[in-house]
Design a protein around this ligand. Structure first.
Ligand code: SF4
Ligand code: SF4
Length: 259
């Protein structure tokens, strides 16, 4: 068995929006699509929303067909990973001739490369502090004769702002868990986490149509907003999980998730 080459995260430079780097990825590169194999690609909640919507699938069907789930030994959270396929462990959305078949809706990690985003929120502030590091995948030719980008122009080119906004709301939920000191979730909590974060159509059915009473805690305006807009529903679901699991629950704290 050959060892998988290590990804090279260059953390010697912390890049901010105005900092620059050189990179170009295009189909004529010899390495075209080489980076879409044998990946440990963790999907964020918003990645799943974008891809299942593009494919016209229910989130539950998408999760069953394309992903595997692991409960992180340290975090205790369910983690969803894209399942690689076939003898070359290819991404299921890779076409050898055409490249990525979900390009406009590909996951945030695919869009962000060759950068990696580090983000944190301090207890004192609601602002998220972020910086980026360069990642050099073995065999990636994108750094040869690359064109110059700033981090800001790369984020605009790749449509990253909405992904980062959603990922930061997910991050609030993970941070809330850390602040409680809870080490492991029980099976019911894992199910709640999985539904609210990843299986959005199941959450919609449960929250908006099922026999639960929590939706009556919310204003008609909030219910209308989350009924009509997937992104708003996902933001709501992430905040609902946070309150339900780590902040005393909706009913007991009397605060909705409509913010
Ligand atoms: S989603 Fe697209 S860009 Fe990302 S690994 Fe799969 S084929 Fe490659
Ligand atoms: S240049 Fe890098 S990112 Fe682009 S196809 Fe080649 S390996 Fe993938």
């Amino acid at each position: 068995m050959t060892e998988k080459p290590e990804t090279h995260l260059d953390d010697s430079r912390q890049l901010k929006d105005e900092d620059s780097f050189c990179f170009s990825c295009y189909p004529d590169r010899e390495c075209f699509t080489a980076c879409c194999h044998d990946l440990n690609l963790v999907l964020m909640p918003y990645d799943i929303l974008r891809m299942k919507r593009r494919l016209g699938m229910k989130s539950g069907d998408f999760l069953k067909k394309y992903t595997s789930v692991h409960v992180g030994p340290e975090s205790g959270f369910p983690i969803v990973m894209l399942r690689m396929e076939g003898p070359y462990l290819s991404c299921p959305f890779l076409d050898r001739e055409k490249g990525c078949t979900v390009y406009e809706d590909r996951p945030g990690a695919c869009r962000t490369y060759p950068l990696a985003r580090m983000a944190r929120r301090t207890r004192e502030s609601t602002d998220v502090e972020e910086f980026f590091c360069l990642v050099r995948e073995p065999g990636c030719e994108g750094f040869k004769d690359g064109r110059e980008w700033t981090v800001r122009s790369w984020k605009d080119h790749e449509g990253l702002d909405v992904y980062n906004e959603m990922n930061d709301i997910f991050g609030e939920l993970l941070q809330a868990r850390n602040e409680t000191g809870i080490k492991q979730l029980d099976a019911d909590q894992i199910d709640t986490f999985y539904m609210g974060c990843y299986d959005l159509d199941e959450f919609r059915q449960f929250f908006l149509n099922g026999p639960n009473l929590e939706r009556f805690m919310e204003s008609e305006e909030t219910i209308a907003r989350i009924s009509d807009d997937d992104e708003e529903l996902l933001k709501y679901a992430l905040r609902w999980v946070k309150k339900k699991l780590f902040q005393g629950g909706l009913l007991s704290c009397g605060v909705g998730c409509g913010t």
